[in-house]
Design a protein around this ligand. Structure first.
Ligand code: SAH
Length: 338
């Protein structure tokens, strides 16, 4: 028995064709499930009884559950309980340009970034495609509204769960399912170089963001263990390769950590590293956690850092801060619960 939300329409069509079914069956069922939001196979009234039996024997529509919601004016945070009792979280944000959801890709994370709350709890397992799709369906149904964009920046390292992520992108992008446009989807990685290269061949126009967070290997190694596996040079080469193949501009994420990576010298080092590349830098105000080793940079220091990059011709923005009142830092809700 396999969860229905694991299947892209192409995979479903292939499965049905192999089982000797009419290939339109996939379209019919997609319509019941994604358009009409009917999950009881007995209610698929235009599907023959024989095919309904076949569906019942092969697919489940089991849902993960919303266990807790924390709400603020411009943000809602959801804690989910998975079928095996594990917990993950998602965050819904209200922007001027629409609603975006930040979803989790794994239960826990093995990347161990020192400043990150998620990494304090090691990876228990990868999320299956359906567990990612259902985060969107459940939040959308909770707010009774469509969600415009999806960022994969919650708990987990998406490129450490590559196949399920690729399948997830195919499922949610389908115009007959959730119809989330590829340009409205952003996948964020801590910089797993071989997967950045592999992702360059993925045909959908999904946005890629890289958590760089440091202007030198030395600083990066002190806050992100993954830097011991891949150097900044290897990351920048992979980014160039990605741009050559896709013509899509990569976003460089840079958390502003007080006294660690936010000096004027470091801004210039970052500008040297990124100079001449067609990239976009997003400076991220740090959400402070219980970890007292890391403090958020002062607003003034962020402005100085921003100005230096700008002056050096780097395309840069400062990310808006959401949900400080409700522990919206990545992984905070889950770690509080455990
Ligand atoms: N593993 C992926 C995606 C999940 S983390 C990645 O590393 O990109 C999403 C982003 O949130 C990353 O840039 C991460 O470094 C950042 N992040 C983690 N903890 C944070 C915090 N307390 N405040 C602000 N950003 C944080």
């Amino acid at each position: 028995m396999n969860n229905f939300f694991n299947y892209s329409k192409d995979d479903l069509t292939k499965l049905f064709t192999e089982a000797g079914k009419n290939k339109f069956l996939a379209t019919q069922i997609y319509e019941w499930v994604y358009q009409k939001k009917v999950y009881d196979i007995d209610c698929f009234s235009n599907v023959k009884k024989e095919n309904r039996e076949y569906l019942k024997n092969n697919f489940s529509f089991d849902f993960i559950k919303i266990e807790k919601v924390e709400e603020d004016t411009d943000v809602k945070k959801f804690l989910f309980r998975l079928l095996d009792g594990q917990k993950i979280e998602a965050v819904l944000m209200y922007h001027d340009y629409g609603k975006s959801i930040c979803i989790s890709s794994q239960v826990g994370c093995n990347m161990g970034c020192r400043f990150c709350e998620s990494g304090r709890l090691k990876k228990v397992r990868d999320l299956q495609t359906f567990e990612m799709v259902e985060q969107i369906i459940l939040v959308s149904s909770y707010i009774q509204d469509r969600i415009d964009s999806v960022v994969i920046m919650g708990i987990g390292e998406p490129f450490d769960n590559y196949d399920n992520i690729i399948n997830f992108l195919k499922v949610i992008n389908d115009p007959k399912s959730l119809a989330i446009g590829a340009r409205h989807i952003t996948i964020s990685t801590c910089g797993i170089v071989p997967k950045i290269r592999e992702f360059a061949d993925f045909p959908l126009q999904v946005n890629l963001a890289i958590s760089l967070h440091a202007p030198s290997d030395e600083i990066r190694k002190s806050i992100m263990p993954i830097a011991n596996a891949y150097s900044l040079k290897e990351i920048m080469d992979a980014v160039d390769y990605y741009y050559d193949k896709t013509s899509r501009r990569v976003t460089i994420e840079y958390i502003m950590l007080k006294g660690i990576n936010d000096s004027e010298k470091q801004a210039n080092m970052l500008a040297d590293l990124l100079h001449g590349k067609n990239l976009y830098v997003n400076l991220i105000p740090y959400n402070e956690t219980n970890n007292l080793n890391f403090k958020a940079s002062d607003k003034k220091q962020i402005d100085i850092f921003y100005d230096i990059l700008k002056r050096r011709g780097i395309d840069v923005t400062v990310r808006r801060k959401f949900g400080t009142k409700i522990s919206a830092a990545c992984g905070q809700l889950r770690s509080k619960e455990m």
